[in-house]
Design a protein around this ligand. Structure first.
Ligand SMILES: [Cu+2]
Length: 675
């Protein structure tokens, strides 16, 4: 849960749609107005696509049987239950939120309450109550329906039950029925080099309580890798009315039973980063001691400063006690290549906790939601050095190298990494951050900035500002190398207008507007056809109006909006006629392309994303040689430039049009599986 309780930053009216050029300084471009300038400038948005569940955590998953069509795995809170478990039964025929089930609060939550966020389980669409909060979505099926143009409504309140039921057939349960026993909400998650989805930490007892589990979704089995089912979950399944005696939910052995794969530290809101060798780094996260009960748990809150490394091969973790540093929740962290050799990589982290700490003069109350202040101090963490250190188990603050300081801590602001590999073998590795805040009660920011970690002395540089201050926005790297920023809010001012940033000159173009506020828990994911699905958010906040009335919350329905960027409207699309299914670092591979001349070839990782945390959207531009429709493309030369795993491969034409994406697996050189 991420609540917006900030002093209002000066809201800037979101009506201007000029090209703003900040870097490099130069003459302003001709003004354009969207949507009047047309879709070739502004792109185009679909009507609302009802989607039944809140797409708060979302990733594409690939199975050999879907050579071109992925499923999307999505989940919300509580991931291992259905809304019928924690909501009272609705009054027949009514659209009124019937409140929370007190037995569930007693037996599962240990008396910790449920809140506005849990109202997201409520929907005026009755069948949703019987569905698990983790779902698999048939992407190609729903895409085909979107392509018919049937979704034309632009206000959630106008959706009918027929609209909502029309997408039912594309969803299947993917929670408890597929082996999930834990609440995977506000967790770190990444796709591994093996295509599995790794979810680190837990979120339990309504909020703030972290967990130790590493939960893994296996796309081939379409199931969760078995972990011990918590006693509390089993008990509730057998006896939801509490007639029998139940395990004590305040005893964490009953909600997070210990296993060898567990993290040493319990975490809620950690960041996970897949490392070039396939291991997974875990950073930060919060926890509190819920065994002391709801009245006292808040004062026990801690921010975990010890990184951990999980190894999927051994299903074990190592704590890097020697590399302690306090970071924001969900710190923005990216692998960067730091030299010419395979092991020359580190992990860039773009903010840290700064004084005053909770309890210090000027500090915040430790019981608050996020009681820390942050700076934009940017570091490289030497994970390999910390692991090889004989003093790995001794608490110290080593193995971090200071790089530069960003203008803002960018806490809860959108961030993304773009890698460009050039024909001469050099590369750039640019991180972009948009908005957010420096934590505590500092104002939300409109600052957008970038840093290139391939520079000998990386320095943050400003881009054009966001159209208005915003936190909890999302950025999507697009195949043509542009950055789409959607959603976010500052206080009660929603950022409804889509914005496009051009990394080449730092400029911003203001695009179409959305009728749906998307901030807390919203997501945006690039799809195989090159469109972006804008999703998620807290269901009760999706109908504009502030504060929401209960009637507005009751009328809310989750919706996807499909956004087609301007490259859909540039003429003939290039067509990838032939491409390999998999490649390895350093190899060359052949592409056959027709339809138009090729300007660039890019591969973009296919998730996951949550909470403006776009690790899973990593963009990699590849060098190529061209002869007619035949291309010889050079795969990323080093694993620190592109982590092995699932990507979509796109070709951009000289006319600016973008091909459909082709699923491409980037393999480690050591992967024994044949290509
Ligand atoms: Cu959250």
């Amino acid at each position: 849960m991420k609540t917006v309780q900030k002093t209002f930053a000066a809201a800037v009216a979101g009506t201007c749609s000029l090209w703003l050029v900040v870097v490099p300084a130069g003459p302003a471009r001709a003004a354009v107005e969207c949507p009047e300038a047309g879709p070739a400038v502004c792109g185009e948005k679909s009507g609302l696509v009802p989607a039944h569940k809140d797409f708060i955590h979302a990733t594409l998953i690939w199975n050999k049987k879907y050579s071109t069509c992925p499923n999307m795995l999505v989940w919300m809170r509580p991931s291992e239950y259905k809304p019928k478990h924690y909501l009272n039964a609705p009054v027949p025929g009514s659209n009124v939120f019937p409140g929370f089930n007190q037995k569930y609060i007693e037996l599962v939550q240990g008396g910790f309450g449920l809140g506005q966020l849990d109202e997201s389980g409520w929907s005026r669409y009755g069948p949703d109550l019987e569905r698990e909060n983790a779902q698999l979505l048939d992407v190609c099926g729903l895409q085909s329906m979107i392509d018919t143009g049937v979704f034309t409504r632009n206000a959630i309140a106008d959706l009918t039950s027929a609209d909502i039921s029309s997408t039912d057939r594309f969803f299947t349960d993917a929670g408890f029925s597929r082996g999930l026993g834990y609440n995977l909400f506000c967790n770190g998650h990444v796709s591994g080099v093996d295509g599995r989805i790794y979810v680190v930490g837990l979120h339990d007892k309504g909020g703030n309580n972290g967990g130790r589990k590493i939960n893994i979704f296996d796309p081939k089995a379409e199931a969760w890798v078995p972990r011990p089912m918590p006693c509390v979950r089993i008990g509730y399944e057998m006896d939801p009315t509490g007639v029998l005696s139940h395990c004590d939910p305040l005893n964490e052995n009953n909600t997070d039973p210990p296993t060898p794969s567990d993290l040493k530290y319990q975490r809620w809101y950690p960041t996970a980063v897949t490392l070039p060798d396939g291991r997974i780094l875990v950073l930060s996260g919060s926890d509190q001691d819920t065994s002391v009960g709801p009245a006292n748990a808040g004062s026990t809150k801690v921010r975990q400063g010890v990184p951990e490394v999980y190894d999927p091969k051994t299903d074990t973790t190592v704590a890097l006690e020697n590399a302690w540093k306090q970071l924001p929740m969900y710190p923005r962290a990216f692998v960067v290549q730091t030299g010419p050799n395979e092991k020359d990589w580190k992990v860039a982290v773009t903010a840290e906790v700064v004084p005053p700490l909770p309890g210090q003069p000027g500090g915040l109350n430790i019981g608050g939601y996020d009681p820390f202040f942050y700076s934009g101090n940017t570091y490289l963490l030497d994970v390999q050095g910390a692991l090889a250190d004989p003093l790995v188990a001794t608490r110290a603050q080593n193995h971090w190298t200071f790089v530069d300081t960003a203008q803002n801590g960018h806490d809860s602001g959108a961030g993304v990494l773009m890698v460009t590999i050039r024909a001469d073998g050099t590369w750039s590795q640019e991180v972009f951050l948009f908005g957010g805040s420096s934590g505590g009660d500092t104002p939300d920011s409109a600052v957008a900035e970038t840093i290139d970690f391939s520079s000998a002395t990386p320095k943050w540089k400003p881009l054009a500002s966001l159209i208005q201050p915003a936190t909890q926005n999302n950025v999507v790297a697009l195949p043509d190398g542009k950055l789409l920023v959607v959603g976010g809010a500052s206080g009660r001012t929603n950022s409804l207008r889509y914005q496009m940033f051009n990394p080449a000159d730092g400029s911003r173009t203001d695009l179409v507007s959305s009728p749906v506020p998307r901030h807390d828990h919203s997501t945006a994911l690039l799809m195989p056809n090159g469109a972006v699905w804008v999703m998620g958010g807290n269901r009760v906040n999706l109908i504009p109006g502030s504060p929401q009335t209960q009637a507005q919350r009751d009328a809310a329905v989750p919706v996807i909006e499909q956004y087609k960027p301007p490259y859909f409207f540039k003429g003939a699309k290039p067509v990838i006629d032939d491409a390999p299914a998999s490649i390895r670092h350093g190899n060359k591979f052949k592409l056959e392309v027709s339809g138009t001349e090729v300007a660039s070839v890019t591969m973009i990782r296919t998730g996951p994303i949550t909470h403006n945390w776009t690790w899973g959207n990593q963009y990699v531009k590849l060098p190529f040689a061209q002869q007619g429709g035949k291309l010889e493309v050079t795969a990323p030369p080093l694993p620190g430039l592109a982590i092995a795993g699932d990507y979509l491969l796109y070709v951009v034409g000289r006319n600016g049009a973008v091909s459909d994406g082709r699923h491409l697996v980037l393999k480690l050189m050591s992967d024994p599986e044949p290509d």
